[in-house]
Ligand binder design. Structure first.
Ligand code: ZN
Length: 270
């Protein structure tokens, strides 16, 4: 089986050099030939990777690149934060697409039903369909204008949106907490299965210095989609304490790697 190896240089990979290979316990040095587990981004000497039968985190994928020291700070849209020029590190939330799809499909079904039943109720269906169309057009029109904040907010109310900004955390496009007022952030991901139903509970708790605790439910996303959010939180850990608690095995590997490899007060809770 083939896997990606990287030869480390002292100029480009100083953030990797000095880390520990968890198999041998040796510190990684310049010119070492290394492999990165793609799930948790832990670094291993090639010999260790071979020793583990080319597997870590129950998988065999390796990174085709050397991971960057911290997630790069990039501005997506300048106006997205509450403070107009506050840079967005990462935003997590459910999209409106399903909702808009529903808005589109409901009037279609209503009018089809209305046309096909020969009863006074049909009139109500057609009326409801017309109203739905008007609603839909209004929303599309408003989206185009991108001015009507009220509708935009209404559309986003239950999206469980959390933004990691350069200066703080914004919840539901509404409340903003600066890193100065935050004492610690906890990321909790509980995953319980009950009669084949996944009762997972994912949220962040923001502990403010004034004693207040703000909790916000997070959208249920798959591991891969959730990963950048965890890196964004790790980025924020340069300003505040960060605790991870996760019952998802793959995610646990990742947060443990973040705990080991990132600067800042990061702790993985048991
Ligand atoms: Zn791994």
């Amino acid at each position: 089986m083939t896997y990606n190896t990287h030869k480390l240089s002292s100029q480009n990979h100083s953030h990797i050099i000095g880390r520990q290979d968890s198999v041998t316990g040796d510190a990684i040095k310049a010119n070492d030939e290394v492999v990165f587990c793609s799930a948790c981004q832990s670094v291993f000497l090639v010999e260790s990777w071979e020793y583990m039968n080319q597997k870590h985190c129950n998988q065999t994928e390796t990174l085709g690149f050397v991971p960057a020291p911290i997630p790069t700070l990039r501005a997506k849209k300048k106006t997205r934060g509450k403070n107009n020029d506050d840079k967005l590190i990462f935003e997590i939330g459910n999209s409106n697409i399903k909702f808009l799809y529903l808005l589109f499909i409901v009037p279609v079904i209503l009018s089809l039903v209305g046309i096909n039943i020969n009863h006074w109720v049909a009139g109500l269906f057609v009326l409801a369909a017309i109203l739905s169309y008007i609603g839909l057009l209004t929303i599309i029109y408003t989206k185009k204008l991108k001015e009507n904040n009220l509708i935009r907010k209404a559309l986003r109310v239950h999206k469980n949106t959390v933004k990691v900004l350069e200066t703080g955390i914004e919840i539901q496009n509404d409340k903003f907490y600066s890193y100065y007022e935050i004492q610690k952030i906890q990321y909790i991901n509980k995953s319980t299965w009950d009669f084949l139903v996944n009762l997972s509970e994912k949220y962040i708790a923001i502990y403010l210095k004034n004693g207040e605790v703000i909790t916000q439910k997070l959208p249920s996303k798959r591991y891969e989609q959730n990963k950048p959010f965890l890196f964004a939180l790790a980025w924020a850990a340069q300003f505040t304490e960060l605790h991870f608690y996760t019952e998802v095995q793959q995610e646990l590997g990742l947060v443990k790697s973040i705990e080991r490899n990132y600067a800042g007060k990061i702790l993985v809770l048991d």
